[in-house]
Design a protein. Structure first.
Length: 339
């Protein structure tokens, strides 16, 4: 018999130093101005030695003490030569990031659980190239920082893209971004923290293996017609004609024809008035819970859009009349994201 042993709780969450650091970090991020275009100057660019930089400083201190103790002229020369290189590297590293302009493009809507693509353009007006510029999303506590790297040509621009997983649906604020460089020696890290002003619209995640579309409802004028198929395909078809769009082909009936040995196709008759309307209703979709219902309605909206059907959406407090097309699909998805 297998025994599952619960892992002990992490006492790191209760560490006062971790709590204080998290609060200071949150306070620092909230005081930054929200903007989608950021010019890096000495006011918002920071510099500190890296671990190799601290090791270099420790080594220089040992060399200096040894040179003083043994009166080594060549030791003095080596110590001050390396120290001079470190100072020049610090100046070059700071100037490599200072003066760069960062511009964030508005992110496209995604579904919950998908990655939001954050596209940032690095531009420089100076007459020298910038090397080894990195961009990443400011990580949460105890998470590693992942960076994408690029070079910016002289008086040119370069584009970097980083991904941020959308945690939930709704209109969400973007996380903080950080840009940094280690060029040229890697002994100093120059970085900035950026708080974007843009927001991203996150649609509900579509249900996996969603049930077939709901049956159509008769039109309000009392017109009668055959009941809609459970796949969302309505009557009003004709024989396939050369030049008909592929989305107009009724593939279910085509599969039935192929199975019986026939090769005749049928298309939806555009001139025939649809005698039933497809309504995607929040109250009668059959799922339990708000998020489950929105997930199923999202899957149905995407399916009806692929089939080229006219469909309407009923949500609590809002009704979207039947229509079709990309704008209608986005309007329905946005309504469910903001509910």
């Amino acid at each position: 018999m297998n025994t599952i042993t619960a892992s002990p709780p992490s006492w790191r969450h209760l560490n006062p130093l971790t709590v204080v650091r998290s609060r200071v970090r949150r306070w620092f991020h909230n005081r930054l101005p929200a903007t989608d275009t950021l010019l890096l100057t000495q006011r918002n660019v920071y510099i500190l030695p890296t671990r190799p930089g601290w090791m270099l400083g420790f080594t220089l201190a040992l060399l200096l003490v040894a040179s003083i103790n043994y009166q080594l002229n060549l030791g003095y020369l080596l110590t001050f030569l390396l120290a001079g290189c470190a100072v020049v590297g610090m100046h070059v590293c700071h100037g490599n990031l200072r003066g760069v302009t960062l511009h964030l493009q508005p992110p496209a809507p995604v579904h919950a659980g998908q990655a939001v693509a954050l596209v940032v353009r690095f531009s420089s007006e100076r007459k020298r190239a910038r090397y080894g510029l990195g961009l990443g999303v400011v990580p949460e506590e105890r998470e590693a920082l992942h960076l994408a790297w690029t070079d910016v040509p002289a008086q040119g621009s370069s584009v970097l893209q980083v991904a941020w997983p959308a945690p939930r649906r709704g209109l969400l604020s973007l996380p903080g971004l950080t840009a940094q460089t280690l060029f040229p020696l890697g002994t100093f890290r120059v970085w900035t923290v950026w708080r974007p002003a843009a927001q991203v619209l996150v649609y509900p995640a579509p249900e996996v293996n969603a049930p077939p579309l709901a049956p159509g409802e008769p039109l309000g004028d009392g017109a009668s017609g055959a009941r809609a198929q459970s796949t969302g395909e309505f009557d009003g078809v004709r024989a396939y004609r050369r030049g008909d769009p592929m989305k107009a082909v009724v593939w279910k009936k085509a599969a039935q024809a192929f199975a019986s040995g026939r090769d005749n196709l049928v298309s939806r008759e555009a001139q025939t008035a649809q005698r039933q309307q497809l309504w995607l209703d929040h109250a009668s979709c059959g799922a339990q819970g708000l998020e489950a219902r929105l997930s199923r309605l999202t899957a149905w909206v995407l399916l009806a859009d692929r089939l080229g059907l006219d469909y309407g959406l009923r949500l609590p407090g809002r009704v979207i009349q039947p229509d079709q097309g990309a704008s209608h699909r986005n309007r329905c998805l946005e309504a469910m994201a903001r509910i």
